[in-house]
Design a protein around this ligand. Structure first.
Ligand code: A2P
Length: 256
């Protein structure tokens, strides 16, 4: 097939029966901004099924990381979850996405709100020095059904703290808030409820959202995005895009 890169799987790590991460070689010509997604698929005799995947590694990384759901019977993930080191992966050369610093107005605090695999673009952004150049504090939230599903986020934040490029900034200015909805953990409940009740802000010891200085990125379930949008718009937050930066930006996480 023309117009696709053929790459190789370098690493695969399964977290739960629903989630796994994998790393592939990066095409030398592939350029992207941290937070963007790419179309990814597997070789097939007929027509490869390509799906949008957020790149979880930062723009400067030599290889590309992805965090995926496993959907039983899913057109791509049913096969993708069985990949092994050395297998072939197809990537389209173009990347895109709205979860980029350029779609946001300048601000002081950057909130990244995610559910499930929606944490992936933020794992890229927390390792990008530009994120710390543009914002004084960076707050990543990750909500999943179970504790096991949060592990990728915890591991990624721990790796960011050790990162030679951004480790010092991240240790001082990156906060991570993780909650579960179907199993007890340190913080319980949907992020929407935790924001509404104020528990989220209280537990981090920070003031509530203020459109003047706060910028928000969301990625994950459609329901979460809809509910947060409804909370933000009455507070004066406007949605941003590349052509018109705003106070918040959204992206739906990949499913299927
Ligand atoms: P819940 O367990 O209450 O459905 P999924 O694994 O289905 O993609 O969900 C990831 C996380 O997103 C789950 O913790 C889920 O909570 C949460 N979630 C689903 N819908 C919403 C919503 N409308 N608002 C906030 N969180 C949500």
């Amino acid at each position: 097939m023309s117009n696709v890169h053929s790459e190789r799987v370098l690493e695969v790590q399964h977290y739960t029966d629903r989630l796994f991460r994998f790393r592939v070689t990066r095409p030398q010509s592939l350029r992207f901004c941290s937070g963007e997604f790419v179309m990814l698929g597997l070789p097939d005799d007929i027509k490869p099924v390509m799906r949008a995947y957020s790149i979880a590694s930062p723009a400067w990384d030599e290889s590309l990381e992805f965090f995926s759901i496993k959907v039983p019977g899913g057109p791509l993930t049913e096969r993708l979850q069985k990949i092994q080191v050395g297998d072939e992966i197809l990537l389209r050369p173009k990347t895109t996405g709205t979860l980029v610093n350029d779609a946001l107005l300048p601000g002081r605090r950057l909130f990244m709100l995610s559910t499930g695999t929606g944490v992936a673009p933020f794992v890229s952004l927390i390792r990008d020095p530009e994120t710390y150049e543009k914002f004084e504090s960076v707050i990543l939230t990750h909500t999943c059904r179970t504790v096991g599903e949060l592990k990728y986020g915890f591991d990624s934040v721990a790796a960011t703290h050790q990162d030679p490029l951004v480790g010092e900034e991240a240790t001082a200015r990156l906060k991570h808030f993780a909650s579960t909805t179907r199993e007890p953990s340190e913080h319980n409940g949907r992020i929407t409820n935790l924001i509404e009740t104020g528990e989220f802000f209280a537990s981090l010891g920070i003031p509530a959202f203020d459109a003047a200085h706060d910028r928000i990125m969301m990625c994950g379930s459609m329901g979460m995005i809809k509910d947060i949008r409804q909370m933000l718009e009455p507070k004066g937050f406007t949605e941003g895009s590349h052509s018109q930066p705003g106070n918040f930006v959204v992206e739906r996480a990949f499913v299927g």
